[in-house]
Design a protein. Structure first.
Length: 210
């Protein structure tokens, strides 16, 4: 069973999309057991509390060192029996120690078609501004495994959307967000069903067993 900790820095709309899919029964053998934010006023924390999910504000500035923060984070994850992490707009890079502890069990959603428009500084509206500036005809959303480099982990799922000539960064963000709300729950479902096979940097999605 997946016992997921969701990390979010903002309103957590992807968190809500995953939670709704779990409640609807389209994702089975899965429970969100913890929500963590580095922002005390994050909407994701309010959503978690409204659904009786433990919600914790945890930020490095509360600690004397990054190592102390990492140890507190790992202790918290252990306390809640977390075995899978979903990043949902979490604007802090996870430490190498956390990535190693949860190797191949951390996923992130990125609002573009990786490997394009990824990397440090490529988040939120900045991504959509870069897509429009480039003249790209297509963009979309990517769910990928998290490693020690920004947006460089193996890809799990992608879905495209057209970039229209009249699109502004804000309009494009809305279109991509709709894609995110479909593709992220689907990726979680694939993990929950045991259909994601990882061999190094190679990811294979196996057929569903009826």
């Amino acid at each position: 069973m997946l016992r997921i900790a969701v990390f979010a820095s903002g309103r957590g709309s992807n968190f809500r999309a995953i939670l709704q899919a779990i409640h609807a029964g389209s994702i089975r053998n899965t429970e969100i057991v913890l929500v963590i934010s580095n922002k005390s006023d994050a909407g994701a924390l309010d959503t978690a509390r409204a659904n009786n999910i433990p919600a914790v504000y945890l930020d490095q500035k509360q600690f004397d060192s990054e190592q102390d923060f990492t140890q507190a984070l790992l202790t918290l994850l252990d306390r809640h029996g977390v075995n899978f992490i979903a990043l949902a707009g979490y604007l802090k890079k996870l430490s190498a120690e956390v990535v190693r502890r949860f190797k191949n069990r951390i996923v992130n959603i990125h609002p573009a078609l990786l490997p394009d428009f990824g990397g440090k500084g490529m988040y939120g509206i900045h991504v959509h501004e870069a897509v429009i500036k480039s003249g790209a005809r297509k963009t979309g959303a990517t769910v990928h495994l998290v490693d020690e480099e920004y947006d460089r982990g193996p890809l799990i799922l992608q879905q495209e959307v057209d970039v229209d000539p009249a699109d502004t960064p804000e309009r494009l963000a809305e279109k991509v967000l709709q894609i995110e709300h479909r593709v992220y729950p689907e990726a979680i479902r694939l993990f929950a069903d045991g259909r994601v096979k990882i061999n190094g940097r190679s990811v294979t999605i196996t057929e569903k067993v009826s």
